[in-house]
Ligand binder design. Structure first.
Ligand code: NZQ
Ligand code: ZN
Length: 390
């Protein structure tokens, strides 16, 4: 393995059908006033909200509610949440929802006690909170599998006014103190969001896998996670109520982006950079934005990354390769990826998710570019990838 690293993940996980029972035990670790963030109403419709409120009240907590955290949370909503947290002097934050609510809760937690311009410091300048800045603790009850936000310090926020979506990965002080993962809670996720989440997981793994050529344990872990996801996703698409499949998807999502499989790797993340900008313009589900630009991106990366694409074809997609050149084997791997994406029902073009040719300059302008993975893309390359993805 290359490089030097430390590994510390402070998030305690509770997993399984009965995992919400552990919330009661966790409450003693936090103060009396909780900010409860949730989305646009799914948790009320499926009954999870009532269960959580009963446990919080039973634990003597005073609840400050902040509903309406939208998918791809906005800077405007972030400002609102920070104000609510300040006005009510909340002690901690409980996120009840998908990656958006979880990301948002960490963003509020980081900003409540920062006196300056938090947007500028944390998201535009990508700085970390000062060592002596107070940060609110966050707990998470996850209702949708995909982002890994339940066990990482990522926070993706959209500045809707400037059509700019940007993520910041905080240091591990902002990782959730605990996360409750009940696969049953994901059963009511709409079909398109389930599929978007599946591709988000796949792409998180690919973003870390497709970098470097050394023999690294992280890559073997990645291949195992991808194989598990492929099996489970095929079952879940046929029968979304398949608990075994949904539980494996949820667990894979967590391990796909909780920093483990990135250890000793330079990583890539350019599909995410392009996908975020596509998302800012189209408002399509995050995973759909990634899927829509992936084929064009990975076709470009295949040549400079050939040995890794050969390995991907063989170890993830079981391409045998007898009598084939390396290029043919790598190509067969991408064909297998594409046919799996079609089987899952993912968009393969940005046109399918509402992007039009006139948006391409804006999407290019909003894409953060840096040398990554096997490529060193410039804005004109992003434009080409977007045109190839139309
Ligand atoms: O608003 P509600 O009612 O909660 O409905 C949500 C939302 O409409 C719905 N949903 C979630 N759980 C449900 C449910 N509906 C019925 N039953 C349930 N159990 O699903 C919709 C999508 O939810 P959202 O939280 O937006 O999806 P996701 O988990 O994919 O999160 C997307 C956000 O996470 C960011 C994305 O950019 C995006 O802003 N990401 C965060 C990352 C991180 N922290 O590391 C990494 C990712 O790459 C990603 O960028
Ligand atoms: Zn993602």
């Amino acid at each position: 393995m290359q490089g030097n690293f430390s590994y510390h993940n402070p998030t305690k996980l509770y997993f399984g059908e009965d995992s919400l029972n552990y919330l009661k035990d966790e409450l003693k670790n936090f103060g009396p006033v909780v900010l409860l963030n949730y989305g646009s109403g799914s948790v009320k419709r499926n009954g999870i909200y009532d269960q959580v409120i009963a446990i919080l009240k039973g634990g003597g907590k005073s609840i400050v509610e902040n509903p309406g955290v939208m998918s791809n949370p906005t800077l405007e909503k972030l400002r609102e949440g920070i104000q609510i947290a300040r006005d009510n002097k909340v002690d901690w934050i409980l996120a009840l929802g998908g990656g958006s609510v979880c990301d948002y809760s960490k963003a509020v937690a980081a900003s409540v006690y920062y006196d300056g311009d938090y947007w500028d410091k944390f998201w535009l300048k990508q700085e970390q909170p000062d060592a002596d800045q107070k940060l609110l603790p966050v707990g998470c009850i996850l209702t949708m599998a995909g982002t890994g936000s339940e066990m990482n310090a990522g926070t993706v926020i959209t500045d809707a006014e400037h059509t700019f979506k940007v993520g910041h990965v905080f240091d591990d002080r902002l990782m959730p103190k605990f996360s409750i993962l009940n696969p049953k809670f994901t059963m009511t996720v709409p079909d398109n969001q389930m599929k978007a989440g599946i591709y988000d997981i796949m792409n998180h793994i690919m973003e870390q896998y497709f970098s470097d050529f050394d023999d690294n344990t992280s890559d073997y872990l990645s291949e195992g996670l991808m194989r598990s996801l492929i099996v489970a996703s095929r079952k879940a698409v046929k029968n979304p109520q398949d608990y075994e499949a949904r539980s494996n998807i949820m667990w894979t999502a967590t391990w796909a982006l909780n920093t483990l499989i990135g250890l000793g790797k330079r990583e890539d993340w350019m599909v995410h950079m392009i996908g975020h900008s596509v998302g800012a313009w189209t408002h399509a589900p995050h995973g759909y934005c990634l899927a829509a630009v992936s084929m064009a991106y990975y076709r470009r990366a295949m040549k400079p990354g050939l040995p890794k694409f050969v390995r991907f074809a063989k170890n993830v997609w079981n391409v045998q390769g007898d009598g084939m050149t390396d290029e043919q084997i790598a190509e067969a791997g991408l064909v297998a990826l594409k046919s799996w994406m079609l089987e899952v029902g993912l968009p393969l073009t940005i046109s399918e998710i509402g992007a039009t040719p006139d948006m391409i300059p804006g999407i290019t302008g909003g894409t953060i570019c840096y040398p990554a993975g096997y490529l060193d893309l410039k804005p004109e390359d992003i434009t080409e990838i977007l045109k190839d993805s139309l």
